[in-house]
Design a protein around this ligand. Structure first.
Ligand code: PFF
Length: 499
């Protein structure tokens, strides 16, 4: 059986950009910029892109394309007992997609609510009480929330029909789901610059506060954001690149993907902050207060309220939630595709529609916990741990594996052989062998230290402890166990062949 492949080079770029550009670009980047020094935040952000983002993205695209396997198989080809690291990446992908889809389910509910502007009375009450029906604490799980549950089914059906024929179905869908949110964003942008107060919003967003650059927290935020936004350490880029011809240009396409993703983040910020500026003038609320919201609060409370103040509110609400849905879906199906790919690598007899079905079904079941009345609490805690630990840990593992065990120089030569733009020896070796490892380890330690000292989100310590144990420690132990087992087996084989 021949390996699947993308229908064209452009489709691969669409897929990679689609995976990178997601909800994080709308509700994480603009908020971080405003909070951490406005325009001055761009300095640490761009440095993080150069020092960690692009090197790791090039590594993932390079490894996937050259080894022609998903995360597990590719890591094995770098070093035979390192498949376990791929397992850890995929477990993280699985955990994330199980709640990412729930956020998409909320977006779907809002999308349909746009026609009636269901939230117009009180957006906060609408989100917390109507949509989430949120309980008082994480201990009151309550029942399943049927509208969210039903919307989640629809989201998973959409994902299934995106991935069910692998690159064949994806190649068609991507032409639609990747450009559409950008076109809609441009519409919203044009609308924004005709609103009162938009410029105050932009000022808050980009006015540089250079002092911020002295704060280590700002640097930490920039590096985490780069990591998060490029969908690194999930095996996604590896899987996607494995469907390319092994002779494609790796370096150029990695740069294109990374730069497009950051450009879109920056652009989305103009829309988000323009709208917030308008809202501040309309409601006479201090802009800073509005801008403190990121995450679900921004997209499902502040933004709907701002949209409902505009002329033709239903139309712009419809646009906004369609943007969220179309941005989210190609990130979500990229995570599913990373998982599918390793199953397909394992056996030639596996049928794509079947494996997609099972992965989607299990992903759906894993998401049910977030459709309960305590769902938002679970989502918040699990998102915190998986993004603060698992991803960084896999990032360090990848850099150690490629930089030290396989050899940064060897990989550089292989990548350069097929690339028109060449990887510089100095930059590549310095980043992959040293900087990525040092910076991500420092972030891991800082996150751990902060979590030990302050209970995240004021949840009870033991709840956080249990979550950390299951989200981070158990997956690490499983993958570590696989690495050790494979290593021993390998040694036995070597011994055997020597005897
Ligand atoms: N890169 C996408 C985003 O920024 O939304 C997808 C994603 C990556 C989601 C990593 C979540 C995550 F932790």
């Amino acid at each position: 059986m021949t390996r699947q492949s993308w229908s064209s080079k452009t489709v691969f770029i669409l897929a990679a950009v689609g995976s990178a550009v997601g909800l994080g670009n709308i509700w994480r980047f603009p908020y971080l910029a405003a909070k951490h020094g406005g325009g001055a935040f761009l300095v640490p952000y761009l440095i993080a892109l150069l020092v960690v983002g692009i090197p790791l993205l090039t590594l993932e695209i390079g490894v996937g394309q050259l080894k022609q396997q998903g995360a597990i198989g590719s890591f094995r080809k770098l070093f035979p007992s390192f498949g376990g690291l791929g397992v850890l990446a995929l477990l993280s992908a699985f955990i994330i997609v199980s709640y990412y889809t729930v956020v998409m389910a909320w977006s779907l509910i809002y999308f349909f609510g746009s026609f009636k502007l269901s939230w117009s009375e009180n957006t906060e009450a609408y989100f917390n009480q109507q949509v989430l029906n949120i309980s008082d604490s994480i201990f009151q799980i309550g029942g399943i929330n049927l509208p969210i549950f039903s919307a989640l089914i629809v989201v998973w059906i959409l994902i299934y029909f995106s991935v069910w024929q692998g690159t064949k179905s994806l190649s068609k869908i991507l032409y639609f789901t990747v450009p559409l949110p950008f076109i809609l964003l441009v519409f919203l942008f044009i609308r924004t610059v005709t609103l009162d107060g938009f410029f105050q919003g932009w000022e808050l967003y980009l006015n540089p506060v250079w002092n911020a650059m002295r704060d280590p927290e700002v640097w930490g935020a920039a590096f985490s954001q780069i990591f998060f936004t490029l969908t690194l350490a999930f095996g996604v880029m590896i899987a996607y690149a494995s469907y390319r011809d092994s002779g494609e240009d790796i370096v150029k396409d990695s740069w294109i993907t990374a730069l497009l993703n950051s450009a879109i983040s920056l652009f989305a910020g103009f829309v988000v902050f323009g709208v917030l500026g308008y809202m501040a003038t309309q409601t006479e609320t201090p802009l800073e207060e509005l801008a403190q919201q990121s995450g679900p609060g921004l997209a499902f409370v502040i933004f709907p309220e701002a949209l409902s103040l505009m002329p033709l509110p239903w139309l712009f609400s419809l646009l906004f939630f369609l943007i969220l849905l179309t941005l989210g879906i190609d990130s979500a199906f990229s995570l599913v595709e990373a998982i599918n790919t390793v199953f397909l690598d394992r056996s030639e007899n596996i049928k794509l529609p079947q494996i997609s079905f099972w992965v989607c079904l299990v992903g759906f079941f894993a998401g049910i916990i977030y459709t309960t009345r305590a769902g938002l609490y679970f989502l918040d805690i699990i998102d915190h741990f998986v993004t603060s630990y698992n991803l960084l840990f896999v990032g360090v593992g990848q850099a150690l594996l490629a930089g030290w065990i396989y050899g940064a120089e060897k990989l550089r030569r292989e990548i350069n052989e097929v690339s028109f733009w060449k990887l510089g020896k100095w930059w590549w070796n310095l980043t992959i062998k040293y900087l990525v490892i040092i910076i991500l380890t420092a972030l891991l330690i800082t996150n751990f230290y902060t979590d030990l000292n302050t209970a995240y989100g004021d949840y009870p310590g033991w709840v956080l402890g249990i979550a950390w144990f299951f989200v981070f420690l158990v997956p690490v132990l499983i993958s570590g166990g696989i690495i050790v087992k494979d290593h021993m087996q390998l040694q036995r084989q070597n011994q055997f062949s020597k005897d």
